[in-house]
Ligand binder design. Structure first.
Ligand SMILES: [Zn+2]
Length: 133
């Protein structure tokens, strides 16, 4: 079984765009910057935080940048693995506190742009396939 197949690295693009001009979406009270919704029935993940130098951070998170965002600054990213139930947060040494808060929410199923939901859906399909094999 290749668990890497459904492992996923997530990059915080909202955070990058959100540093100055982006208007926050209208979301409810205890909201964390950039988090729009939460995936239902999200499992509990083991959270780990790793601090990296900026060049290491670029290596770890940079490949996830979508087209058009190549110049964007990286504030952090999370690697979520639902097979192993782990969520590793990567941050620079002098990280912004909101970046940590944002990534922590990803570990709890916090979502934007349906990134986490898509991954969760894939994981469900993967589990169902495993059962029938
Ligand atoms: Zn994010």
């Amino acid at each position: 079984m290749n668990t890497n197949k459904i492992a996923l690295s997530l990059l915080c693009l909202f955070a990058i765009a959100g540093c100055s001009t982006v208007k926050l979406p209208d979301i409810s009270s205890n909201s964390v910057e950039g988090i729009e919704s939460y995936v239902k029935d999200w499992p509990l993940l083991t959270e780990k935080i790793e601090h990296l130098s900026y060049s290491e951070l670029h290596q770890k998170c940079g490949s996830q940048k979508p087209k058009g965002a190549e110049q964007a600054k990286i504030f952090g990213c999370s690697e979520i693995n639902l097979v192993n139930k782990t969520c590793t947060i990567f941050l620079p040494n002098n990280y912004e506190s909101w970046a940590l808060a944002h990534e922590k929410e990803h570990c709890k199923g916090g979502d934007h742009d349906n990134i986490i939901q898509d991954y969760y859906n894939k994981w469900i399909i993967y589990n169902n396939q495993k059962k029938t094999n």
